[in-house]
Ligand binder design. Structure first.
Ligand code: SF4
Ligand code: SF4
Length: 478
């Protein structure tokens, strides 16, 4: 009997339960087998590159800026060495929205490529923590035997070693995480001065360490299944046209154990007896699955598209002399109708939104000014009558987003006879700095009898205008 013959209410029953949670609500520990094959090798290369990037980028400097910085508390962001200031927040928000829409579009087209190939949770779990587990605890069968056996010397030293390494790696990840949040300079300074002097950093460091340890040592796939919001909304984005890790039911069913008769039939270039398909029901695709599911049931919420089942099944297909690809990257539509429909109306609409957002990001980045100037009348002051006319007090803030030192000069444009008198010396703004200063504007001939009037200032550097600012002047009469 194949999945096709089973009444829908029976073969869909897997949708009512998680493979990693028993009916009574207890955790069913997943002892995944180590996959081997071209997809695992490719993912290992991608994982190595991403891990190196993650670990190194907070310690790389570009023009004095940390290569990647996400200091949410102080609203300082640096992406690929390009600093963003608080007044660039709209750009940061737009970039994050564009990243989310990119994930939406990519999921609708190629499924959970993010989960399987790029997500830090998958990379850390599958390419670091689980590998250490296989190295220390052995095969899934040995792990299960030890896990369910007595606390003898063998189990104690292996568990002690494994958990100690897990904890140390979690501590290292927490440090890297902090380097992104508070900057690597501060982190190294705090390490040098000693954690006792910086309890405000030590506490989150310890908290992050325990969170990472709990996630990778215990919680594992449950983070993807229960906590991750992306895993939730992904199910509403994937449909029959999405190219994802898919079992070819047309070719595989009816499934059945591999027999001598099958071997003879396939060797003779004939079909398997009894109308059986290519699936030899060996469960190798299930034993490698990190979430414990059977991909032959179809697209499931628990599938993180890790490709382990593709490699496992390809290995089996080679052994039984059948073509690889019984499980492969394809869509349910392609399996049923032998034709892929990737660019559906829905995908075209998603791509159109994505193109608009990407264009907005590119345009706004190209228009981003390297100098931001804010001129405000000083709070709590009004106009003052002087022998020359009427004077107002101002505060000015200049953000120099470039890396170069910028000499600045303020010139009144309208009215042109306005006199600018600096209160504090204010002639240079260093690269990547905010300069603040105060000055007085006096307008000869003003008599204080009129209300507010606009006044235009030109901010110049090396004789060239870099910014024009309009503010208000109280008490003018021109
Ligand atoms: S079903 Fe296959 S691709 Fe999906 S999580 Fe399991 S092993 Fe990975
Ligand atoms: S590994 Fe391939 S042949 Fe074996 S049960 Fe899975 S789909 Fe069938």
């Amino acid at each position: 009997m194949s999945i096709i013959d089973v009444p829908i209410e029976d073969h869909e029953s897997y949708r009512n339960e998680l493979a990693s949670i028993a009916i009574d609500g207890k955790r069913k520990w997943i002892y995944a087998r180590q996959p081997k094959g071209k997809y695992t090798r490719s993912r290992a290369i991608v994982a190595t590159i991403l891990l190196a990037f993650l670990a190194i980028s907070p310690f790389v400097k570009v023009h004095g800026h940390q290569f990647m910085l996400l200091n949410i508390m102080e609203r300082q962001f640096v992406f690929f060495g390009l600093p963003f200031w608080p007044n660039d927040f709209y750009l940061v928000a737009l970039v994050f929205i564009t990243i989310v829409i990119t994930l939406v579009v990519s999921t609708a087209i190629v499924g959970r490529i993010w989960c399987g190939w790029l997500c830090p949770q998958t990379i850390f779990l599958e390419f670091i923590f689980r590998r250490i587990e296989w190295w220390i605890d052995g095969t899934p069968v040995q792990q299960a035997q030890r896990h369910n056996g007595p606390w003898n010397a063998d189990r104690i030293w292996r568990t002690g070693l494994k958990q100690s390494i897990f904890f140390l790696i979690s501590f290292a990840i927490a440090n890297i995480f902090l380097a992104y949040l508070i900057s690597s300079d501060k982190l190294l300074l705090y390490i040098t001065e000693g954690p006792a002097h910086h309890a405000s950093v030590l506490i989150p460091l310890v908290a992050f360490t325990f969170v990472f340890y709990a996630v990778f040592a215990r919680f594992r796939e449950q983070a993807c299944l229960i906590v991750c919001p992306y895993g939730r909304y992904m199910s509403s984005l994937v449909d029959d046209n999405t190219i994802t890790v898919t079992y070819d039911t047309t070719r595989g069913e009816h499934r059945g154990k591999f027999t001598k008769a099958d071997k003879d039939a396939w060797s003779a270039g004939q079909s398997r007896p009894e109308g059986k398909g290519d699936c030899v029901d060996c469960h190798q695709c299930v034993t490698v699955c990190p979430t414990g599911i059977d991909i032959r049931n179809g697209i499931q919420l628990e599938c993180v598209a890790c490709t382990a089942c593709i490699d496992a099944c390809d290995e089996v297909m080679v052994k039984v002399g059948r073509p690889k690809g019984l499980i492969r990257y394809t869509s349910a539509t392609a399996v049923k109708q032998s034709i892929a429909k990737v660019f559906t109306t829905r995908i075209k609409a998603y791509v159109a939104v994505w193109v608009v957002l990407m264009s907005a990001v590119v345009v706004l980045f190209s228009m981003r000014e390297m100098l931001d100037v804010l001129v405000l009348r000083q709070e709590g002051t009004t106009w003052v009558k002087t022998p020359e006319g009427v004077a107002n007090f101002y505060r000015m803030q200049i953000i120099n987003k470039s890396d170069d030192e910028l000499p600045v000069e303020i010139v009144a444009v309208q009215p042109a006879n306005a006199i600018i008198t600096p209160i504090e010396k204010f002639d240079v703004v260093h690269g990547g700095h905010i300069a603040k200063g105060r000055f007085i504007i006096t307008i000869p001939g003003a008599d204080g009898t009129h209300g507010a009037m606009p006044i235009t200032l030109s901010i110049r550097s090396k004789g060239k205008e870099v910014k024009s600012v309009t503010t208000s002047f109280i008490g003018g009469s021109l």
